[in-house]
Ligand binder design. Structure first.
Ligand SMILES: C[S@@+](CC[C@H](N)C(=O)[O-])C[C@H]1O[C@@H](n2cnc3c(N)ncnc32)[C@H](O)[C@@H]1O
Length: 214
């Protein structure tokens, strides 16, 4: 059975942002805000797994004319995202309560945003998701990606422990059965995407990347 159909972030929706900020502080926010500089004024943007939507007002503050399709599996997360958005901006956002599987490979978006989303997919779903969301992106469009990573080095042990705690927490609160992070380098084929921007945060455990579709 498809894992995402059983997983739900509904329970966490009221607490998610606060918890994320308690654990990761400003880093979990800054990695996302910093990547917004990759967008352009009139972009058509696909956001998948956007959570509570705190990023939406930030996007519209910077780019008032942008058009957004917001695909998010949790109805409670989408309700929060709608509530965060000024009424006059609702015509610029299409909210879709569904999983990423609803996205069509029609190359209509200038940018795809997946912030801390790919890591909640099962390994068996990841390459399909890349194929699908990449298929929705125009040639020359940008994929803005923020996520966790584990790198060998002095910080490895505490970051590994923190990751295990997070995975356990998501298992009991969201029925998410993930045992390791995606291998992002392998998922994004070097022939299809040019890696343009890479920034790291939180002693390297968080990264933000902009990939250009070739
Ligand atoms: C870890 S949260 C990240 C939320 C937000 N991007 C952030 O960084 O604050 C992952 C989000 O992805 C949503 N999600 C999980 N599986 C999904 C899927 N297959 N398609 C769309 N959204 C999904 C969850 O409901 C949740 O809101």
């Amino acid at each position: 059975m498809n894992q995402s159909s059983k997983t739900s972030f509904d329970f966490l929706a009221p607490y998610y942002d606060r918890l994320a900020r308690i654990v990761f502080g400003k880093h979990i926010v800054n990695v996302q805000l910093d990547l917004l500089s990759e967008l352009r004024a009139n972009d058509k943007v696909l956001i998948v797994g956007g959570g509570t939507g705190w990023i939406l007002p930030e996007i519209f503050d910077r780019y008032p004319a942008i058009q957004v399709t917001y695909v998010e599996a949790s109805p409670k997360m989408v309700a929060q995202a709608k509530a965060k958005l000024d009424l006059e901006l609702h015509s610029q956002v299409q909210f879709v309560v569904a999983t990423h599987q609803i996205v069509k490979e029609q190359s209509i978006y200038d940018a795809v945003i997946t912030f801390f989303f790919l890591d909640v997919l099962q390994e068996s779903e990841q390459s399909d998701a890349i194929q699908k969301l990449g298929g929705a992106l125009k040639k020359g469009g940008k994929w803005l990606l923020a996520d966790f990573q584990l790198r060998k080095g002095v910080h490895f042990i505490w970051q590994w422990v923190l990751l295990q705690l997070m995975l356990f927490f998501f298992k009991i609160t969201s029925n998410l059965h993930i045992t390791r992070l995606p291998s992002f380098e392998n998922l994004f084929d070097q022939h299809e995407y040019k890696h343009e921007v890479l920034r790291t945060y939180f002693a390297g455990m968080i990264f933000g990347k902009s990939l250009k579709k070739l």
